[in-house]
Design a protein around this ligand. Sequence first.
Ligand code: HDE
Length: 717
Amino acid sequence: MALPRQESQRKAKAGDAVALHQRQLEAFVAPAEATLTTDQGVVVPDNHHSLQAGLHGPTLVEDFVLREKLAHFAHERIPERVVHARGAGAHGYLEVYRSLSAYTRADFLQEPGGRTPVFVRFSNLTGARGSADTVRDVRGFAVKFYTREGNFDLVGASLPVAFVQDAMKFPDFVHALKPEPHHDMPQASSAHDNFWDFVSLQPESLHALMWLMSSRALPRSLRMMEGFGVHTFRLVNAQGAGHFVKFYWRPRLGTHALVWDEAQRIAGKDPDFLRRDLWEAIAQGHAPEWELGLQLIEESRAQALGVDLLDPTQLVPEELVPVQAVAKLVLNRNPDNFFAETEQVAFHPGHLVPGIDFSHDPLLQGRLLSYTDAQIARLGGPNGHALPINQSVCPVHNFHRDGAHRVTIDRGSANYEPNSLAQGSEFRVDGGQQGFQSQADTLMTTKARHRPPSFDDHFSQATLFWNSQSTAEKEQIVAAFQFELARVGPAAVRQRMADLLAHVDARLARKVADALGLGAPDPRAAAGRAGFRAPAATPATLERSPALAGVAGPAAGIATRRIAILVAAGVEVGAMKLLQQTLHELGAVTRVVAAGLGVVATSSGQQLPVDHTWACMPSVMFDAVLVPAGAASAQALAAQGDAVHFVLEAYRHGKALCLIGESVRLLQLAGEQATRAPGVVHGPNDPAARLQMAQDFVQAIARHRHPGRVGVESVPA
Ligand code: HDE
């Protein structure tokens, strides 16, 4: 007898899973009817006034309309996530390039061109639900695949490594990172005593710390951010043969970052910067894309790799195992409702489908335990799977029953198995070939609380990361350590951190120590502390891994970059129009910015509409700045401190600038060499020069940032 589940799976296969998922969600969309009703469907006669005894009398207890409204309101919030509370979500699909049947039997990875609907939630790890987007932080990159064999969740992050090796340490790590318990400060920041106290006592955190202090922790856009599965998983094919696998998400737009000073200013001006950027790009039809990459490692080769695949603080350098692009992820639809979708979505690393399996990574194993509890606590019961956003596209059939908020109406008298009264006798699948089969494994025979010696190497990959960065990026990392540690009170904690950094690189440690008024960093001091265990042998490792210097990576065009056009009355718009046209053709967005809204008069007497004021949209909200020609306009702008600051700030932050004709005076305070600095395009307001300027400006924007501008520290912005 064909089982109901198999039958419907076959039906689902015939249909388009993406459309099916959307139809499922739409079935839950509230009707847009104009008549206001109570939750019982009774029409509300007056939604503005409560029921009172007399004109100035008390409100009556019998006012069930008011009671229902206030009661619902009082229960509108659910507990925020303990970590990853602040998020932004989007719908889309995964499209497979080629069949992965050699590696996995997962149905959704078999068919070239096959599409699987997904919901992705990006999140900040540290801050509360209302915290600012652009803080220095790890971002969550959680993907729910609604496959025809059930939901698969890849609950990853924007950094490839974790801060701790064992689940036992995770609550301590999170306690130390979150606001300090006595005064609940600071919000969404690791720059405080408890965090550095903890990590300075945990050499295993050092590798992740290097990433956190780097530009990777300051994404310019969620659309320009890499994602990683972090842990090692396994793929299992139809013959039961396994490969270890590491998952990567590579953004099509390249990996780009903000600079720290800019990130802090944006946090004040627009705390929703990253969420807004994602929402607007999708709403305007610029669906962001990532490539799904896999590092596939034969199980027999794992030992010889020189990296313990089960240690989540280690990555596998691409130079050892290349990342193969196997599919693309496209996010093309904003949620209809933040709460119903982005807030209620419930991920779990244990949501697997046949053909994908776990490794013994002790952090991953702990996650498998924890997420079920987290979702029950957050969603108020065990039925969260039935919320529209969490429902699978294939049918769910089992004898789980009841519980808070049960929405399924289970029919019939039998709620147990085996039974002979309902259609289900024994729900066992034929020949053991169907359904989720855990991969055969040799289990350990001893029980112990321990750390394997191969988990002792905490430094070589931190050094590899450091060695792989550009000079400019190294400066940013040094500055980040200096900033964070300057906020740490106890000098002993700062010294401990500098001693640890000496294991990564002596110059890095010294630069950090000097700025903090500490003694010379001493690696032996770190080695003498509790918990420190030197690796049995110095691991053979690469000297550099170019793939790790991902930020400011391949220039992938300028689509969706935001360019400010700074204007005042008398602006000459000839060259500006040509540049604007070129930028628009390449998918960039331009916005006219001036002192006030309305219009400004151009040199030819036309009226140019203004999109933003610079008070509201300062330079940190843009990727590049264009100041058109016009003597009167340049003079008016140069007389405005805010306009000069706009240009100088963009210059300091390494952004592309294009200054036409007289407008170059806005850069005067940056010094004589500034017009020749990388990424600064300047030329006369001459029709013959326009085309070249447009080309140079486009190239400068595509590079995203131009570090290494000489004397930039002395620019007053
Ligand atoms: Fe999580 N994590 N985590 N985690 N995690 C949660 O689940 C936990 C870890 C990650 O957008 C919680 O629903 C433990 C690593 C993401 O909804 C909670 C351990 C990585 C998200 C939880 C880890 C992650 C979470 C909070 C160590 C990177 C947000 C509420 C054993 C690969 C998903 C919730 C979303 C969320 C526990 C370690 C990623 C409490 C115990 C490592 C992206 O269950």
